[in-house]
Design a protein around this ligand. Structure first.
Ligand code: SF4
Ligand code: SF4
Length: 393
């Protein structure tokens, strides 16, 4: 088993819940154990006589789980190429994030740019979100997409690649799903090529954290008094800091996100990508003109996909976006980056206690983070030691 995954991701509550390690595990050893914070590994044991010994089921494995986990790799965000406010045209006329994405995909499917899409949909009967492999325009149009509730998007990657044999797949999900795909595409391991060759497009929905769906549903039923049968769609609006429940009678109930904060996946606290900076296209409400969604392309594929939807007459765009709102979102990212670096420093310090050779590394990181010339040294004998000396407060 990858010790790194256990130590640096699972034990640190940093798992994004993307599901890629489960999809790529060569022995099928990983699975979700309910709404756990991270995947669980199947344990096997063997009884010899009166003794039962645990078996290391990961022996001789290429450790694909570690190779593909986005939390074990650092990525610079891709630069924005085109930033517009978009809304749908044609059959629907909407500025909702989900509708804009669906029209992008419908145009891409219709022209053969993609042959299928992995999307997070809401099951209209159980109200449980689930990742689905969709290959027909009607399926995409019917998807009651949801943003903000946790779904391990990439759990269904094997179904798309091996069972449905799709070769130009679009993956739509939170930014961490796009980061996971970016990690996969960057891998040099040829045994991951079947996945790499099958993924054509990454679309990310702006995200400030995802919530455990069962807990949110229970909260809505018990605390807000909405019956499950009345709910049509649930999604979050990070811009307005609200959870929205659309009912079948087309009215909408809203709940401040602060009230469901405790149902956030713990791993979201270590995510520093709000705007889908590893995706070909990011879509969200932050910065958008009224009645629109902001759409950011970050690659040639993203540009092509947007132009295709425009040519198809399914999207309308205006070059009017609140850049300051997007900058504020980026600043939040930097704040989290820094918080994570401090977490890392703490881990390094613990390591350095066991491994004195790491002390120099700790010193360098300390100086970088605290922006001081050196770590405070212990006072000479007889002098008073000021542990705060050198700190900028
Ligand atoms: S080490 Fe290999 S077998 Fe074990 S969980 Fe990771 S990918 Fe699966
Ligand atoms: S972040 Fe994704 S790949 Fe990494 S452990 Fe969590 S589910 Fe697996």
């Amino acid at each position: 088993m990858s010790k790194l995954l256990e130590r640096d991701v699972w034990a640190m509550d940093r798992c994004a819940g993307c599901g890629l390690c489960i999809a790529t595990c060569s022995k099928g050893m990983l699975h979700w154990d309910g709404e756990g914070g991270h995947p669980a590994r199947e344990t096997r044991q063997k009884t010899i006589g009166l003794t039962t010994i645990p078996l290391d089921s990961c022996t001789f494995c290429e450790v694909f789980c570690e190779e593909t986990c986005p939390r074990l790799h650092e990525w610079e965000g891709l630069a924005a190429r085109r930033v517009v406010s978009a809304r749908t045209k044609g059959v629907t006329d909407s500025g909702e994030v989900n509708e804009v994405i669906k029209n992008l995909l419908i145009a891409a499917l219709s022209t053969g740019l993609i042959d299928g899409a992995i999307m997070n949909c809401m099951d209209g009967w159980t109200m449980q979100p689930q990742a689905k492999v969709l290959t027909r325009v009607e399926e995409v149009a019917d998807c009651l997409g949801m943003e903000g509730l946790w779904v391990p998007t990439l759990d269904v990657l094997n179904e798309a690649v091996y069972q449905r044999k799709l070769r130009r797949i679009a993956v739509i999900g939170p930014p961490c799903a796009s980061e996971a795909i970016r990690t996969l595409l960057a891998s040099q391991d040829e045994r991951l090529n079947p996945y790499k060759e099958a993924i054509a497009l990454r679309v990310a929905v702006f995200c400030t954290g995802v919530y455990y769906p069962s807990s949110v549903l229970q909260f809505l039923v018990e605390m807000v008094g909405v019956s499950r049968h009345d709910m049509k769609r649930i999604y979050t609006s990070p811009r307005d800091k609200e959870l929205r429940v659309v009912l079948w009678n087309d009215s909408t109930k809203t709940v401040p996100l602060a009230k469901i904060e405790r149902y956030t996946r713990p791993g979201c606290a270590s995510c520093d990508d709000f705007l889908g900076e590893s995706a070909d296209i990011g879509v969200g409400k932050v910065g958008a003109k009224d009645g629109h969604s902001t759409l950011i392309t970050r690659s040639e594929v993203g540009d092509l996909c947007l132009q295709n939807a425009l040519d198809f007459g399914l999207l309308d765009v205006v070059e009017e976006v609140d850049d300051q709102a997007l900058t504020r979102a980026k600043e939040e990212k930097e704040r989290r980056d820094r918080a994570e670096a401090f977490d890392g420093l703490m881990l390094m310090m613990l390591d350095a206690l066991r491994e004195p050779r790491r002390r120099q590394e700790v010193k360098e990181q300390f100086v970088r983070l605290y922006e001081v010339d050196r770590m405070p040294e212990r006072a000479e004998e007889g002098q008073r030691y000021d542990p705060c000396a050198g700190c900028q407060g």
